[in-house]
Design a protein around this ligand. Structure first.
Ligand code: GRF
Length: 205
């Protein structure tokens, strides 16, 4: 199953997936393309180091949105991409791409959606809101992507405790580990035609 990863940042989720492919835990999957709106992001560098096609695509490279969409669709077709994984990708995918990949686009979000999601709720802001709320639990959510931010049906969640004395930073680190342990499992189920049941225990909490 050919995967494309879309990222804007360091790419630790992408790296975690590569590791699981290399270890044989994640089977029948191969990352064939990495796309980023940030030409200097770690995910593109990681792709290059692993001889994976690494493409910077943004309003800078393609000011005209129709040209952007056509270039992106051509890329996905050329690399015969079957599943798209958003991993810290800070842009909304074009509607035409979402429609071309029904139930084949996943995103990972560093909170227990539907709480703490939506436009503007990303990165450390998520964890600051959780710590401020007094919630005793947070976690990671993998969901199907639709035309809104963090809004599609939930595929899987992994819960972590919010500990007394947690800062947004300490919580972020705990949630990121949960993300790394969760995402590949959902991709493995999809790549191997196993049912994806959000209510099942995906990882040991
Ligand atoms: C992760 O926290 C992910 O949940 C969020 O953006 C971050 C990406 O981190 N969408 P990385 O680039 O995979 O390290």
């Amino acid at each position: 199953m050919n995967l494309a990863v879309f990222a804007s940042g360091g790419g630790s989720n992408f790296q975690a997936i590569l590791r699981r492919i290399r270890s044989g835990d994640l089977t029948n999957a191969c990352v064939v393309l990495v796309v980023s709106n940030n030409s200097r992001c770690g995910a593109l560098e990681l792709a290059r180091q692993n001889s994976i096609a690494a493409v910077h695509l943004s309003s800078q490279t393609h000011p005209d949105h129709v040209a952007f969409e056509n270039t992106l669709l051509d890329l996905l077709c050329t690399h015969q991409v079957e599943i798209i994984l958003l991993a810290g990708y800070m842009k909304l995918l074009p509607k035409v791409v979402i429609r071309r990949f029904p139930k084949r686009i996943l995103n990972i979000h560093p909170a227990l959606l539907p709480q703490y999601g939506g436009q503007g709720m990303y990165g450390i802001k998520v964890h600051e809101a959780v710590v401020r709320s007094g919630d005793r639990e947070s976690g990671a959510t993998v969901h199907w992507v639709n035309e809104n931010y963090d809004d599609g049906p939930i595929a899987a969640q992994s819960r972590v405790p919010v500990l007394a004395g947690d800062t947004a930073g300490t919580l972020a680190a705990r949630v990121l580990q949960a993300e790394h342990d969760l995402y590949w499992r959902v991709v493995d189920a999809l790549a191997n035609d196993r049912e994806i049941n959000a209510s099942e225990p995906w990882t040991k909490s």
